[in-house]
Design a protein around this ligand. Structure first.
Ligand code: KIV
Length: 264
């Protein structure tokens, strides 16, 4: 695999070729992910739950994210590395610029922010400063207290329309990628078709341009396995083989299947 850039991912979308994304938080796993030919590594703030043992992502700091981003970049050179901006680190445009610079200098090649229309000015300001942005809509875990739990979003027509409108506005503001989490498959399909940027689904059905999973979930290491996760260690002899199976299953469209998908 050659080094992946945003142009590579755009070309995959244009050609209708799906690509795989996975979270990683350290050099060791980043290297295994690279060997498996997975195109994008997300240094997710899910590390607050997976590594640090918190019950949400809210306690994660910018320095936590910078530390793990630097570890990941030392372990790989080919996958595109996208880093989450943690809760509270983009509450205003100036704060967002300063924190995004810290993460880019730690090794991120793109940053991810959760939310819709309220972020448009921030996304514009970041992209104007050569900081590529990935949006995140649907279930946005940093908003767990406002959403009242980790629940499927966009089942009501009004809420679905709001997600569609937000997605189009994020693209217009300059976002290069969009993560859609826990939304009905037909809504994710509609958004993927409406946008020209690649849409990465998690619990969003098979019709997005790419899939992302939390590494520890797909290796069967998490105590609670969400409906949209498949344990790729089942039937694999090694972590390397599990990650290759994940990549192949995403590329062929075999994952996610109906059992991992939410209906409207
Ligand atoms: O933090 C994370 O790992 C994420 C994914 C679940 C998309 O945002």
């Amino acid at each position: 695999m050659r080094a992946v850039t945003i142009n590579t991912l755009q070309a995959h979308k244009a050609a209708g070729d799906k690509f795989a994304v996975i979270t990683s938080y350290d050099a060791c796993f980043a290297n295994v992910v690279e060997e498996a030919g997975i195109e994008v590594i997300l240094v997710g703030d899910s590390l607050g739950m997976v590594l640090q043992g918190h019950d949400s992502t809210l306690p994660v700091s910018v320095s936590d994210m910078a530390y793990h981003t630097a570890c990941v970049r030392r372990g790989c050179s080919k996958p595109l590395v996208v880093t989450d901006m943690p809760f509270g680190s983009y509450s205003s445009t100036d704060v967002a610029i300063a924190n995004a610079v810290t993460l880019m200098q730690a090794g991120a090649q793109m940053i991810k922010v959760e939310g819709g229309a309220w972020l448009l000015d921030t996304i514009l300001a970041l992209t104007e400063r050569s900081i590529p942005v990935c949006g995140h809509l649907g279930l946005t875990p940093q908003s767990v207290n406002s959403l009242g739990g980790y629940k499927v979003q966009g089942r009501e027509p009004k809420q679905a329309q709001a997600i569609i409108d937000d997605a189009k506005q994020l693209e217009q503001a300059g976002a290069s990628l969009l993560v859609l989490e826990c939304v009905p498959a037909d809504l994710a399909k509609k958004i993927s078709q409406a946008l020209s940027i690649p849409v990465i689904g998690i619990g969003a059905g098979a019709d997005t341009d790419a899939q992302v999973l939390v590494l520890h979930d797909l290796l069967g290491l998490s105590s609670h396995t969400p409906k949209f996760v498949r344990n790729f260690m089942n039937g694999s002899d090694s972590i390397q083989q599990a990650l290759s199976s994940y990549r192949d299953a995403v590329k062929s469209g075999e994952f996610p299947s109906a059992e991992h998908t939410f209906a409207g």
